[in-house]
Write a protein that binds this ligand. Structure first.
Ligand code: UFG
Length: 332
């Protein structure tokens, strides 16, 4: 396929930066937009056009879209902490929901017709059945999930009004790992995610790893999640982008279709490192469902997506490499 002109919003974030890298390496014209609230300028190549710009700046985004003759927008820019969304719902609705609306308004004015949206498993809430299929009823249980769910709704309505528009919304499960060459990886502040926190305890950056809850109704008492490697997640975005057609309104889960418990991830990290990790058992973290994992049959069947990093050790190894070689993350 010919190279495309792609605007990546949130391109300096964990997931966005891996998308930028893959799209650039494929020979596309990549333009990066990020307000650098939590993103890292150092995570994207200097050579690429970069705009420090907030999603609220509709007219500026419209100019960027026109100036670079953008064909497709990949929209990663968002706030993503569930707990923070409960404390500060308004900033989640402003950034994630109103921000997406502003971006779509700019796209509408600039006649950009293709959109890939980062949605989330949090739009499902706590479904009664696993594996979770796309058709299960969505019932978010926190403002973060609602803020993304609302964008899904907006996209459906907008698409119906503009038959030339086409979108794919990818509902991520738990994203982990780093680029295989360890040049970019995960650098959150604060870091709340499981895999980096286990590694921080292993490397002595944190005193210990805390297991949040050991009394869940799961085989080993700890929560089960579906961990998808960042590079597999991005390959799905590229497949989705290439497949997009006028009028498309697609929703796909992005997980590998297998759950791992917190203890299994801990054990796999200890095996990968060949060392015991100082661990304590702590109380449940509020709002954590016991078990979430995806059915990703739909994307595998319709887009031919095939995750390559299905061995969890392999995923952890890439994260370990990144943290070992970047003990202070991007250092900014
Ligand atoms: N956990 C620990 N100790 C830690 C960190 C996490 O035991 O130090 C546990 C959590 O309690 C949970 C599991 O590890 O059971 C995974 O936790 P993460 O924070 O890594 O991921 P979540 O499943 O909570 O969150 C993920 C995404 C969010 C998204 C959410 C939607 O990372 O961005 O799914 O359900 F909002």
């Amino acid at each position: 396929m010919d190279s495309m002109n792609i605007l990546v919003t949130g391109g300096a974030g964990y997931i966005g930066s891996h998308a930028v890298k893959a799209l650039y390496e494929e020979g596309n014209q990549v333009v990066v937009l990020d307000n650098l609230f939590r993103g890292h300028r150092k995570s994207i190549p200097d050579a690429l056009p970069f705009y420090q710009c907030d999603l609220a700046e509709t007219e500026r985004i419209q100019s960027i879209l026109l100036d670079h003759s953008i064909d497709v927008v990949m929209h990663f820019a968002a706030l993503t902490y569930v707990g923070e969304s409960v404390q500060q719902p308004l900033i989640y609705y402003r950034n994630n929901t109103a921000g997406a609306l502003s971006l779509l308004t700019a796209m509408d004015a600039a006649k950009v017709k293709r959109f890939i949206f980062s949605s989330t498993a949090a739009t499902y809430g706590e479904p009664e059945e696993v594996p979770i299929r796309e058709t299960v009823q969505q019932q978010p249980i926190n403002p973060y999930g609602w803020s993304k769910w609302m964008v899904e709704r907006i996209l459906l309505d907008y698409c119906r009004s503009n038959p030339q528009f086409g979108f794919t919304a990818l509902r991520y499960f738990n994203v982990a790992g780093a680029s295989s060459d360890a040049s970019i990886g995960e650098d959150h502040d604060p870091e709340t995610h499981l895999v980096p926190n286990i590694i921080f305890a292993a490397l002595g950056k944190n005193d210990q790893f805390k297991i949040f809850g050991t009394d869940y109704p799961t085989p080993d008492g700890t929560c089960i999640r579906d961990y998808v490697h960042i590079e597999d997640l991005i390959s799905a975005h590229i497949l989705a982008m290439k497949a997009l057609k006028d009028g498309d309104q697609k929703f796909y889960n992005l997980g590998i279709g297998r759950g791992y418990s917190v203890r299994e991830i801990l054990n796999a990290t200890e095996e990968t490192l060949g060392a015991k990790i100082p661990t304590i058992q702590d109380v449940r973290r509020s709002g954590d469902p016991a078990m979430l994992y995806a059915s990703s049959e739909k994307i595998q069947k319709e887009l031919g997506w095939k995750p390559l990093h299905t061995d969890v050790h392999d995923m952890i190894q890439t994260a370990v490499q990144w943290h070992k070689t970047h003990p202070n993350g991007y250092g900014d």
